[in-house]
Design a protein around this ligand. Structure first.
Ligand code: PAF
Length: 279
């Protein structure tokens, strides 16, 4: 497996692969890999002849009081995992490579960030859209795979792919869960053992919403107030948002008369957790 640290080496390799008739799939990550990332890589190897995985903890998508400096890393373990999934290349740029002195250009979206996580993390999607656009330009993949746990992120990336004419096949992969239902996340590492039950309130809330809708409940406010009470019954939980929205626009829905997204973010101790379900 090739390991590239500079954008020029990464891009030269991608160009030579394309010239040789290879197809490239791409899984961008911030490292500290878990089963969720591995399932994205498996999809990548299934649909292309060359999988590329990047590891870059992107500073521009973290707000001032967020966990950039504490973000967990384990590069050696990550590289072994990437290799074990059959990747042909890993891209590990350093911060100066991506954001050199006098860096000035950012990608912003007009509407999708004004919902869900974007409300409490105002710079987040500008950072995500910028780094993903840069990585797309450097790696030049044919397809890129993202988890649906970050549903809003996936929609932002689909939108920028259309708006900026990247022409990349964007694939959303299902949420991978621990055996008890907790959605896999690098931030689960922040949970103390006694906060596990509280962390499970998110996936349980998703199941509750599914049941309520299946039983005929159509009123989004009633569902959200029921779920709010449920989550608040767990210690150490602080709800950031509960949303029932249109999955394409992320606009809130009051009357459920077609497929909706239920999405939530809850702070459990030090960990900010998110989860979602389409119902
Ligand atoms: O989902 C992530 O890990 C990050 O937001 C991404 C897409 C790698 C961009 O930094």
């Amino acid at each position: 497996m090739k390991i590239f640290k500079t954008s020029s080496d990464m891009r030269a390799w991608s160009d030579s692969m394309h010239k040789a008739g290879e197809t490239i799939s791409f899984v961008p990550t911030m490292g500290y890999l878990h089963e969720g990332h591995l399932s994205l890589m498996e999809q990548g190897t299934n649909i292309s002849s060359a999988l590329v995985v990047s590891i870059f903890v992107n500073p521009t998508q973290f707000g001032e009081n967020e966990d950039l400096d504490a973000y967990p890393t384990n590069i050696e373990r990550d590289l072994n995992l990437i290799k074990s999934k059959g990747a042909k290349a890993a891209f590990l740029p350093d911060r100066k490579e991506i954001y050199p002195e006098n860096y000035q250009t950012y990608v912003t979206l007009e509407q999708l960030p004004n919902h869900l996580c974007g409300l409490s993390r105002p710079v987040h999607f500008r950072g995500v859209a910028t780094i993903v656009s840069k990585l797309f330009n450097i790696v030049r993949p044919d397809a890129a795979i993202f988890g649906t746990k970050d549903f809003q992120q996936l929609q932002v990336i689909r939108q920028l792919n259309r708006d900026l004419n990247f022409g990349i096949n964007i694939i959303g992969a299902p949420i991978v869960r621990e055996s008890d239902g907790l959605a896999m996340s690098s931030r689960n590492a922040y949970l103390k053992p006694d906060q596990r039950d509280s962390a499970l309130s998110l996936s349980k809330a998703c199941s509750k919403v599914k049941e309520m809708v299946k039983a005929g409940e159509k009123n989004a406010s009633r569902i959200k107030s029921h779920v709010k009470e449920f989550i608040e019954s767990f210690p150490d939980t602080q709800i950031d948002y509960l949303s029932i929205c249109n999955p394409d626009t992320l606009n809130e829905v009051e009357e459920i008369d077609r497929e909706v997204l239920f999405a939530l973010a809850v702070q459990v101790g030090r960990a900010r957790l998110i989860d979602n379900i389409l119902v």
